[in-house]
Design a protein. Structure first.
Length: 181
C-alpha cells in the first residue's frame, strides 16, 4: 500500500509539475520568465527545459527530507532490513548531528547487524551529545549485557534508572539490572 501511495504521488507530481511551472516568455524562447534575468541558452534549449533538467526529482526531494528519511529508517528497522536502516540513520545524523535518539537507533541497528563494537562507539557518541537521554543509556546497557560487559551494562542501566522521566524505560532498565549476573 505504501509503495502504491508513493508511486501514485510521483505520477501526480510529474503530471502537475508542468502545469505549475513558470511559463517562458513567448516572445523569446531563449530567455527566462520576466524577473528572472535575460540569460539565453545555446542550441535552442528553452529555459523551462533547462529548469526541468536541473530541478531535483521527487526521489531527490524525499532523500533530502529528514522526516521521510526517519520514516524510511523506522520501516526498514521494523522489517529487519538493518543494513538499509543503518544507512538511513547515518543520513539523519547529517541533519541532526547531536540527536541522541538517532544515535540510539543507529547503535541498536548496528548491534543487530553484528557490528557491536561500532554500535557501542555510536552509543557513546550519543551519550556524550546528550547525557540526559534516558533511552540511550538503556540501549547501551542492553548492548553491553549482550556482549557480556556486565560492569559497563550495570553502569549504563543504573544511569537509565536515575535520569529521565520515562517510567517504562526506568522499569525496563531495573529489570535488566536485576537479571545481570
Amino acid at each position: 500500500m505504501v509503495v502504491f501511495q508513493i508511486c501514485f504521488g510521483f505520477v501526480v507530481f510529474a503530471v502537475t509539475r508542468d502545469h505549475y511551472a513558470p511559463e517562458v516568455n513567448s516572445s523569446s524562447p531563449h530567455t527566462l520568465p520576466p524577473g528572472q534575468g535575460t540569460t539565453t541558452w545555446p542550441n535552442e534549449i528553452a529555459a523551462n527545459e533547462i529548469a526541468r533538467l536541473t530541478s531535483p526529482t521527487p526521489d531527490q526531494f524525499l532523500l533530502q527530507d529528514p522526516v521521510e528519511i526517519s520514516r524510511q529508517a523506522d520501516v526498514f528497522f521494523a522489517n529487519r532490513q538493518y543494513e538499509q536502516a543503518a544507512e538511513m540513520y547515518e543520513r539523519l545524523l547529517s541533519f541532526s548531528p547531536g540527536d541522541a535518539e538517532i544515535y540510539n537507533n543507529l547503535g541498536l541497528t548496528l548491534h543487530y547487524l553484528g557490528r557491536s563494537a561500532e554500535a557501542l562507539q555510536r552509543l557513546a557518541e550519543g551519550t556524550a551529545a546528550d547525557p540526559d537521554h534516558q533511552r540511550i543509556w538503556l540501549t547501551t546497557g542492553f548492548v553491553n549485557s549482550e556482549l557480556g560487559n556486565f560492569d559497563q551494562a550495570r553502569s549504563a542501566l543504573t544511569n537509565a534508572t536515575l535520569i529521565g522521566d520515562n517510567e517504562s524505560i526506568r522499569q525496563t532498565a531495573q529489570k535488566m539490572l536485576d537479571n545481570l549476573p
